[in-house]
Design a protein around this ligand. Structure first.
Ligand code: ADP
Ligand code: ZN
Length: 644
């Protein structure tokens, strides 16, 4: 079968997306490839179609290395639904089940085999691969989530390092490595570690146009979150990321108390509970998962309508990968983050206190600063995000496949200057939808820094943010009087600024490195080399006046969120058909022990509801209905149509 025919017949899709076709052709022809594509871009087909095509050409099986054993079951289930022979080998199988799979493997009875990395490199498994290789039946290696090989890639897995054995042992077998983490450092590491120097690089645009980005200032975080979910995403599936296990539990409980179906997920939970919660999130509709970053890698649930960060992540790579889990189906979705001064202080402290070497820590600080820059930005968030990944928003060349962008090395992010020169607007982020008022914080910044300087001069010791702000605002607290700080020349010179404003100034100063917070000394503020330029007035400090609240945004955006639940494009009868189809799908999914979207996507159900098919012919050609699904479900779908 041609690759187009496989796309249509097996997967039921009419056209390739973005660079898929070029990648697939290259791999089918036996080339190595490194694929960088955002989450939801459609990476799976890039190795699944070559696997099918090469197997049909007698070249044998494809081994897919994937770090997330919990999801292999659903991935293999989805392939079965499409009529593709697939299996997985991981620790969830019993000895008996595993040896069944091994038998099928050696018989050549499997097109795609999913494996955990630690399994691949066992002597037993390698011996089996040897046998296939000798018979010319080892077709392709697909290394999914390839950033796991790099310690820069935030999901570092030591087992991935051992994967070089594949290349060394089976030199003639093509390899395709895929990841959604695209910064140059990680990319270079993948190439080196997996010995992919000769692989062709396929770099897609990292833009996710259907995701709307919003970053708000933290006031009462949980209340802000509650308003965001209640106003914009009631009844919809979403993920809320928190920094600690304790916080995960608290937030999940709070949401449940407010009538929002929420479940916790973190590494401290019993494996069984964690698995059950994940299953429920994948299989039921409208569940909010409250989680630490332990959750989500490889989650391919397409209808996650929002990803919220209640605490700031470590870097833009993490933020972008986590937010990328929203809206994989291409429908409108939200990425919402709230952050405050404490987040900045906490993240700095975690870096300072980590046992890593100084050079490594410097790298981490640079990445954190880039994220702070994004959070404090007053211009388009999308432009900044894409610039971080070396892409110019709206520029054609960025999306060109197979061609690396030149002259971009965003290991620590782009500078504000570079970004400002672009000046483009996406129209789908908070700053574009409601441009924030900007005020000149230069004067406030100078006053703040000189207060830090003077208190240190006076007593030889430093103080924390709260005390410095009290002095500036002329508050005669006990501490101020005791230390004699009323006598400082800066006492009260910042009385015109609110505490919120001064906190904003401080965040910005930390972001540009003009102040550091010393975690070893009670979080006291310290001047740096960069402070001088600000004190002298050489650096302007631009600050956002206030941050839009979700309910304000809502008014601007109209009722976009409601569209998803029952597609508004359908007439009343169409909507009835849609509801009936959903009920039918959920029965089938339960029977097969698979998530509903593996049977049919929402968009496919909507297309069926709209067409109101009378015959199998009418069903053919609807996106998402391949030959196998038509055969398996066609008649049932027609029956549902008649029953409405
Ligand atoms: P990724 O692994 O890159 O995050 P997936 O491979 O899970 O993305 O694909 C995301 C979604 O897009 C899946 O639901 C998939 O079925 C769908 N998809 C992929 N390629 C196409 C295509 N050519 N046409 C329509 N839908 C597609
Ligand atoms: Zn924008």
């Amino acid at each position: 079968m041609s690759i187009h025919l496989i796309l249509q017949e097996v997967f039921g899709y009419g056209e390739f997306r973005g660079p898929q076709q070029a990648i697939i052709e290259h791999v089918v022809a036996g080339g190595d490839a490194l694929v960088l594509m955002p989450t939801g871009g459609g990476k799976s087909l890039c190795y699944q179609i070559p696997a099918i095509a090469r197997e049909q050409a007698g070249q044998g099986i494809t081994v897919v290395i994937s770090p997330l054993i919990a999801l292999m079951h659903d991935q293999v289930g989805a392939l079965h639904e499409a009529g593709v022979s697939a299996a997985f080998l991981n620790s969830t199988l019993s000895g008996e089940e595993a040896s069944q799979v091994e038998k099928r493997l050696l018989r050549g009875d499997i097109t795609l085999l999913y494996c955990a990395p630690e399994r691949v490199t066992t002597p037993r498994f390698l011996a089996q691969l040897d046998s296939l290789y000798e018979r010319g039946k080892l077709s392709l290696f697909a290394i999914d989530e390839a950033h796991c090989v790099s310690q820069w890639g935030h999901d570092f897995r030591p087992e991935y390092r051992a994967l070089t054995v594949l290349h060394e042992r089976y030199g003639s077998v093509p390899r395709i490595a895929l990841t959604a983490t695209a910064d140059t450092l990680t990319r270079a590491d993948i190439v080196e570690r997996l010995q992919l120097q000769d692989a062709r690089l396929f770099l897609s645009s990292f833009d996710r146009p259907n995701i709307s980005y919003t970053i708000v200032e933290k006031r009462e975080a949980t209340q802000q979150l509650l308003r965001f979910i209640s106003n914009e995403h009631r009844g919809e599936a979403g993920i809320v990321y928190c920094q600690s296990r304790k916080r995960v539990e608290e937030v999940a409980n709070m949401l449940c108390d407010e009538g929002i179906a929420a479940l916790p997920y973190h590494a401290g939970l019993d494996t069984k509970v964690r698995q059950a919660n994940q299953d429920q999130f994948l299989r039921s509709e409208g569940i909010v998962m409250v989680a630490t970053i332990a959750f989500g890698m490889g989650i391919d649930k397409p209808d996650v309508r929002f990803v919220a960060h209640l605490d700031m992540p470590k870097n833009i790579e993490g933020y972008y990968q986590e937010t990328g889990r929203a809206g994989r189906d291409g429908e409108a979705a939200d990425a919402w983050m709230c952050y405050g001064l404490q987040d900045v202080v906490n993240q700095r402290r975690m870096i300072d206190e980590s046992p890593a070497g100084e050079e490594f820590k410097q790298g981490l600080r640079g990445k954190l600063d880039a994220l702070l820059g994004l959070a404090e930005a007053t211009d388009c968030r999308r432009v900044r995000l894409l610039a971080y990944f070396g892409e110019t928003y709206g520029a054609e060349s960025a999306a060109a496949p197979g061609r690396p962008k030149q002259g971009t090395a965003p290991s620590g992010g782009s500078t504000a200057h570079e970004v400002a020169s672009v000046g483009a607007r996406c129209g789908n982020c908070d700053n574009c939808l409601q441009p924030p008022a900007v005020w000149d914080g230069t004067d406030a910044a100078r006053k703040l820094l000189s207060t830090v300087y003077r208190v240190q001069q006076m007593g030889g010791i430093s103080y924390g943010a709260g005390h410095i702000m009290d002095i500036l605002r002329g508050k005669t607290t006990e501490k101020v009087t005791q230390r004699g700080h009323e006598s400082l020349s800066t006492f009260g010179i910042g009385a015109a600024f609110s505490e919120v404003q001064l906190r904003g100034v401080l965040r910005q100063l930390i972001a540009i490195g003009a102040v550091t917070v010393d975690a070893q000394a009670f979080n006291t503020l310290q001047l740096t080399d960069a402070s001088r330029a600000v004190l002298k007035g050489e650096v302007a400090v631009q600050l956002r006046e206030s941050v839009s609240t979700p309910s304000e945004r809502k008014a601007k955006r109209g009722s976009a969120a409601a569209v998803v639940k029952v597609p508004a494009s359908l007439d009343a009868e169409g909507q009835e058909r849609y509801v009936a189809l959903k009920a039918w799908r959920s029965e089938v999914a339960k029977e097969h022990n698979l998530p509903a979207y593996v049977i049919f996507h929402d968009a496919t159900l909507a297309a069926i509801a709209e067409r109101a098919p009378q015959s199998l012919d009418d069903l053919q050609g609807i996106s998402g209905i391949g030959a196998k699904k038509l055969e398996a479900y066609g008649h049932e779908v027609l029956r549902v149509m008649v029953s409405v």
